[in-house]
Design a protein. Structure first.
Length: 278
């Protein structure tokens, strides 16, 4: 019996593999049309070979009831250039697909009007494209990743500006690595901001500090941009904690980046990335 998410039957088995390479994790999403069939994460390691990536991807797909031959195309967005040779090689060798790489010149639906567009990371472009397409503009996109980013897109789809701040994990790491007596802790919201011991005091500082940062930056960007009503959309692993604790975030979408890659893929009008065998 086939798994219901496998994609067989009337809808066929053609699926798109989206690969978002971040500083900490690589997130893989499998799409059939607009439907997210499954997604999973692996750690970003510079030392992996193309064979290691290929076998890892195939094994994880099989664990999620998706077969290697069901993947007909792939798209990659990366902020870690040093893994790209091995990762792209894995997709070519093990899936027989030449993946689309999100970079300058590719159709995204977003115009970047900052001073140096080449400095805008692929992940930020993808998030901006997804938020604008799915929620309309003007929109402020927050991504709570290794860094916390705030990117503003106007009603016409122009990427106007961005703010980059330390992510909550970077802040936490700085505390326990640079302060000799502070321990490594789990990042979560404590029961009260009125902490009475070391661990909860660190958690309070990290979580409520991030909330305060988020509220101030969002309000200041919206005020200075003077674009009228701006929708605020958040994503990223720790974004759920922040979004549940503040009223400045309108939407939390954990799959925003993967959805953005799927939307950008559609704009390329490519039926398949399969390499023809000579």
């Amino acid at each position: 019996m086939l798994h219901p998410r496998c994609g067989r039957g009337k809808e066929g088995i053609a699926m798109l593999m989206t690969i978002d390479v971040g500083n900490t994790n690589i997130t893989v999403g499998i799409f059939r049309g607009d439907h997210v069939v499954t997604s999973f994460r692996i750690t970003t390691k510079l030392s992996r070979t193309s064979d290691e990536y290929g076998i890892l991807l195939i094994n994880l797909l099989e664990q999620n009831q998706v077969k290697q031959e069901e993947i007909v195309d792939a798209i990659i967005a990366s902020v870690v250039p040093n893994v790209m040779h091995a990762l792209e090689g894995a997709v070519i060798k093990y899936f027989n697909i030449r993946p689309i790489i999100i970079e300058m010149g590719i159709k995204t639906g977003i115009r970047i009007v900052t001073e140096n567009p080449r400095q805008i990371g692929a992940d930020r472009i993808v998030d901006a494209a997804a938020a604008y397409e799915l929620y309309g503009g003007p929109v402020l996109v927050l991504d709570f990743g290794t860094a916390t980013t705030y990117d503003l897109v106007d009603k016409d789809g122009a990427f106007l500006s961005g703010v980059t701040a330390p992510g909550i994990r970077i802040s936490a790491k700085a505390l326990w690595e640079d302060a000799a007596r502070l321990p490594e802790i789990e990042i979560r919201k404590p029961e009260s901001i009125l902490a009475k011991e070391t661990i909860s005091s660190m958690q309070a500082g990290l979580v409520y500090g991030q909330i305060g940062q988020t509220e101030y930056i969002v309000r200041r960007m919206v005020e200075e941009a003077d674009l009228g009503e701006v929708k605020v959309v958040a994503t990223g692993g720790l974004g759920r904690i922040i979004a549940s604790e503040t009223s400045v975030i309108d939407v939390y979408d954990p799959n925003l980046t993967l959805k953005g890659m799927n939307l950008i893929y559609k704009k390329q009008n490519r039926k398949s990335g399969k390499i023809k065998v000579q």
